[in-house]
Design a protein around this ligand. Structure first.
Ligand SMILES: Cc1cc2nc3c(=O)[nH]c(=O)nc-3n(C[C@H](O)[C@H](O)[C@H](O)COP(=O)(O)O)c2cc1C
Ligand code: SF4
Length: 278
């Protein structure tokens, strides 16, 4: 309670009631400040963010149920880079504000906010794949860019097995005949839970078998007028992917799409500079 001395000093001269504020985290502390005569009132901000029921619980004698503010300042969102306020000890508030009710997704959200948005776009995409795979326990992830003729190539990956990319490139079947093509054409997520039994993956069945791939998820990457490709997550388990997880992956699709267009722009810029430098 670092500011109580200031309140007490003010009270010596003030002709109006004085209110103390700053790091008053319990009703006991509040009561002792007022009973000591150092201030007339107390304001409790973060204590009520941590537990909006603090007064009610205290009056009912349920102090042990109170979620006490730790003073960590994670709620001070204008300094943490978060777009909304959340509290590290009040998960109900945190989840409601973020609209995320699943702890795994919440941790993923946290990890994403820690990625440096000023990284080169390709690095940013790889970081996104990394945090998705690490937090949601996918085996690996890739981002495939597709041109206007349906020709696809790998632009970024995380944790892909050695030689995986070479093997995929060796398959001559058009990308657009795969579930990736369906995702691109219909602009929607395509989930395959048992890759070996999906006829659309027949040309790739050797690869699917050798890496024991079960669940594969394709997310289309697109802007208003153009499709850029897909981002793909692979797992060796048959996953029961929740609607909430898919919605979250859908949100990440937008971030990867933006980074991909930035990358294309950067590539064009570098090519132009090389041309000019001769
Ligand atoms: C999330 C958050 C938002 C705040 N917004 C404002 C604000 O808009 N205006 C203001 O004067 N103080 C604001 N404050 C400061 C509080 O009013 C208060 O002075 C400060 O949190 C110290 O009190 P506490 O230790 O009880 O939290 C904010 C504090 C927090 C934690
Ligand atoms: S985020 Fe930290 S400082 Fe803010 S209210 Fe919660 S516990 Fe207190």
């Amino acid at each position: 309670m670092p500011h109580i001395g200031i309140a007490a000093e003010l009270k010596r001269f003030a002709t109006v009631p004085v209110c103390a504020v700053g790091s008053i985290f319990s009703i006991d502390q509040a009561e002792s400040i007022i009973s000591s005569g150092k201030s007339d009132l107390v304001a409790m901000g973060r204590a009520q963010v941590a537990d909006p029921e603090i007064v009610k619980k205290s009056l009912a004698g349920h102090e042990s149920d109170i979620m006490e503010c730790t003073g960590c300042n994670d709620c001070v969102f204008w300094t943490t880079g978060d777009s909304q306020m959340y509290c590290s000890v009040n998960p109900a508030l945190r989840k409601r504000d973020e609209g995320i009710v699943n702890d795994e997704l919440y941790e993923l959200y946290r990890a994403i906010t820690e990625i440096d948005v000023f990284s080169p776009p390709r690095v940013y995409i790889e970081e996104l794949l990394k945090v998705i795979c690490d937090n949601l326990k996918y085996r690996f992830g890739t981002v495939i860019e597709v041109d206007d003729h349906g020709k696809g190539w790998l632009i970024a990956s995380y944790n892909a097995p050695e030689n995986y990319i070479e093997q995929v490139h060796r398959v001559t079947a058009p990308v657009l005949s795969s579930p990736s093509g369906e995702a691109i054409e219909l602009r929607r997520i395509v989930v395959v839970r048992n890759a070996l039994s999906d006829p659309r993956l027949a040309p790739w069945c050797g690869i699917v078998r050798s890496y024991n791939l079960k669940t594969i998820i394709w997310m289309p990457l697109f802007g208003r007028n153009r499709v850029y490709g897909t981002y793909v997550l692979y797992d060796t388990r048959i996953r029961d992917t929740s609607e909430e997880e898919l919605q979250f992956l859908e949100r990440i699709r937008v971030m990867i799409s933006i980074a991909l267009t930035s990358n294309q722009y950067l590539d064009r810029l570098i090519r132009k500079r090389r041309e000019l430098e001769g």
